[in-house]
Design a binder for this molecule. Structure first.
Ligand code: KG4
Ligand code: ZN
Length: 335
């Protein structure tokens, strides 16, 4: 019975997971305080974590119908993420692990996102390729075995979710931008405007979204208010299509390169309907099976952290109380 704690960005989350797959509770509080600023304000995020973490952990225990004495281990995100936010969850987890006398396990946030797939798809086994796309990361990871990862590609500038958020701002669609663009694009024409697709050097699995973001901003800057109003939905759909095109092409190519026929999506952007649809269609052509967590497990949550914690603790690994927050923590290299 593992208690998971996640506070790496603007979600305060706690969850109890049994045997690495039974989600007894999954409480996620998405901080609203940032909405009016159009992006996460790190200092405000830390304060919100301080204010809400204890009630969130209590709620997770209550929903799981267990007392804290039943907890056998605590898994907590130590990085990557905002250092202040990470430190709140980490300090709390250390204190609780010490007072309950149970092991502590620090979890890499990206590994947590990958584990969201194991929670819902117990049939998924390595090797497979996983695309982790969120507000802070765009990583193409080859999962050789559970716990053994090869970073095949990553973003060279903006993360995929960051591009969605910034373009939504330019289009006056509010924050967070991903869900808004996803929603309006359903009525839009993805072929309306051909924005650039950055495929980079031949064979590269890296991403770059800042050129696309600038292209949308430039295009919009030339529109009058009325033109923007009438073109907004089609522009959103065309931007989304440009992002999806690149992600699908690189994701499926990564699978074929690694000679695996299993592909998983993870992270907040994996909630995107067009992305899921296009991945499924393209994968089918190549005999690749696509796995994707349900929307609540794509966004930051603590169940995925608990699931990863269960795996590491079951291998006898644990972290010391000197574990520190690492804002740019790399994913453990393949062993
Ligand atoms: O994984 P996540 O909750 O937090 C991070 O670790 O960053 O991802 C949040 C990101 C935001 O940039 C948000 O705009 C994006 O995921 N997002 C989406 C959708 N839902 C959330 N992007 C595109 N389409 C969506 N439906
Ligand atoms: Zn995340």
């Amino acid at each position: 019975m593992i208690l998971g704690i996640e506070t790496s960005c603007d979600e305060t989350a706690a969850s109890v997971v049994r045997d690495g797959k039974g989600m007894l509770s999954n409480i996620v509080y998405s901080q609203m305080v940032h909405n009016k600023y159009g992006g996460v304000v790190p200092e405000l995020a830390s304060r919100e974590h301080i204010r809400t973490l204890v009630p969130i952990v209590r709620a997770a225990l209550e929903e799981a119908k267990i007392s804290s004495e039943k907890i056998e281990g605590i898994a907590v995100t130590y990085g990557p993420g905002l250092v202040g936010s990470l430190l709140i969850g980490l300090s709390f987890a250390k204190a609780l692990s010490y007072s309950l006398d149970v092991p502590l396990m620090g979890i890499n946030h990206i590994e947590g996102h990958i584990f969201a797939n194991f929670l819902e798809h117990p049939e998924l086994s390595a090797p497979f390729v996983c695309l982790v796309i969120s507000g802070g990361h765009s990583n193409l990871v080859y999962v050789a075995r559970k716990g053994s990862y090869e970073l095949m590609g990553q973003t060279r500038d903006d993360a995929a979710g960051e591009a969605f958020d910034k373009v939504a701002k330019v289009l006056d669609l509010g924050y967070p931008g991903g869900p808004a663009i996803d929603e309006v694009s359903r009525q839009g024409d993805p072929e309306f405007f051909k924005f650039p697709r950055a495929h980079l050097e031949e064979g590269s699995f890296d991403f770059s979204f800042s050129g696309l973001k600038t292209a949308v901003a430039l295009y919009v800057s030339k529109l009058s208010r009325e033109e923007l109003k009438s073109n907004r939905v089609d522009t959103a759909a065309s931007f989304q299509e440009a992002v999806v095109d690149v992600l699908v092409e690189k994701g499926i190519r990564a699978c074929l390169t690694k000679n695996t026929r299993k592909f998983a999506l993870a992270g907040g952007v994996a909630r995107n309907r067009r992305l899921r649809e296009r991945f499924r269609a393209e994968a089918e052509k190549h005999g690749v099976e696509v796995f994707c967590p349900s929307p609540i497990l794509c966004t930051d949550n603590a169940a995925m952290i608990a699931a990863a914690g269960d795996f590491h603790l079951s291998k006898g690994e644990k972290s010391g109380l000197d574990l520190n927050a690492i804002p740019y923590a790399p994913l453990t290299p393949a062993q």
